[in-house]
Ligand binder design. Structure first.
Ligand SMILES: Cc1cc2nc3c(=O)[nH]c(=O)nc-3n(C[C@H](O)[C@H](O)[C@H](O)COP(=O)(O)OP(=O)(O)OC[C@H]3O[C@@H](n4cnc5c(N)ncnc54)[C@H](O)[C@@H]3O)c2cc1C
Length: 292
């Protein structure tokens, strides 16, 4: 039995992945699934587990580089309405895993709930943010999470309480297959003040990263107490390139993909930056960007 037998209504074969990532590079997915309910998702996950077919979850593709050869197995997309709900009640905001982080932030601000507004300008989904404990100078997403509902690799749904969750710099203990929902515990605040804070933060964030029309990725984790971008700049690598991939001249932590770039160009540039920074400054950089 093929992995998509009986699932043809929500599974596509050979779907291009490039348009679904910020770098817009790389080959197709063997299977791309957009389940329309948690039950459909569970059936597919169970089948993949039984047949030992690799399975991964795609968020907004803002932290992914897809290889030129594409990806074997099943990629799950959480774009269906059942993975897109956001509700606020009391000082809590619940957001499904496929919800854009920006939507969760604006919903919290409208509801007069403070905390998430410091994350404004970080692209991606709620699931992607929890997976990597995304954040910045104003703090990370993890401390606001009081509960997360996940689906395991065997298709079971489980709820993890705050006590079971551990967040560290760009890491979380949420290593189950799918983050289905997050509940954030926030602090009541004045929506107008929150909106002002969010707008200010947005301007600061936008000024330090590539323009919105540019195809880009934030490649590196900051080594403890240092800025990866500043180290790359110090190593003289701002504007360095490999084929159609270039280290951003605005913020050296980003790589840009120009017309004609391939995924291999980006991977070669990453290796060039890694080896030059190690050679010239003695610092081993670690990637934040995931390569599929
Ligand atoms: C312009 C730009 C600015 C950025 N600024 C920041 C920043 O300030 N701070 C920061 O931390 N990061 C930043 N990033 C990186 C990126 O936005 C974050 O890592 C983001 O949280 C990724 O979310 P995503 O939905 O796009 O995940 P994807 O890129 O689609 O996936 C990344 C990983 O998350 C997993 N994942 C996604 N959704 C789920 C889910 N529902 N369940 C389980 N796993 C899931 C995927 O399987 C994959 O392993 C930036 C990126 C860009 C392009």
């Amino acid at each position: 039995m093929a992995i998509d037998t009986g699932f043809e209504h929500f599974v596509e074969r050979g779907a291009p992945l490039a348009p679904r990532t910020w770098l817009a590079l790389g080959g197709p997915s063997e299977y791309l699934a957009s389940p329309t309910s948690v039950e459909e998702l569970a059936e597919l996950v169970q089948r993949c587990h039984a047949e030992e077919v690799p399975i991964r979850v795609l968020g907004a593709g803002s932290n992914l580089l897809v290889s030129d050869a594409g990806v074997k197995g099943v990629i799950i997309d959480l774009e269906a309405p059942c993975f897109q709900g956001v509700t606020a009640a009391g000082n809590r905001l619940s957001a499904a895993g496929g919800v854009p982080l920006a939507t969760a932030i604006s919903s919290s601000v409208r509801a007069g709930l403070a905390g998430l507004e410091t994350l404004v300008g970080i692209p991606g989904t709620v699931g992607g943010a929890l997976h990597a404990n995304s954040g910045g100078k104003g703090g990370d997403v993890g401390p606001w999470v009081c509960e997360a509902t996940v689906m395991t690799r065997t298709g079971e749904v489980r709820t993890r309480s705050r006590e079971e969750l551990v967040f560290a710099y760009r890491q979380s203990s949420l290593d189950e297959l799918v983050i289905l929902e997050a509940v954030f515990e926030l602090s009541p605040d004045d929506p107008q003040q929150l909106t002002k804070r969010m707008q200010k933060q947005w301007i600061i964030k936008r000024s330090g990263q590539p323009m919105s029309h540019e195809r880009c990725a934030l490649v590196w984790k900051n080594p403890r107490g240092m800025s990866a971008g500043a180290l790359i700049d110090q190593a003289g690598l701002k504007g360095a390139s490999s084929g159609g991939a270039e280290v951003s001249k605005k913020h050296a932590g980003f790589v840009l993909a120009h017309d004609g770039a391939t995924s291999k160009d980006v991977q070669d540039l990453i290796e060039l930056v890694r080896s030059r920074v190690a050679e010239r400054l003695g610092v081993e950089l670690e990637t934040e960007l995931e390569i599929w």
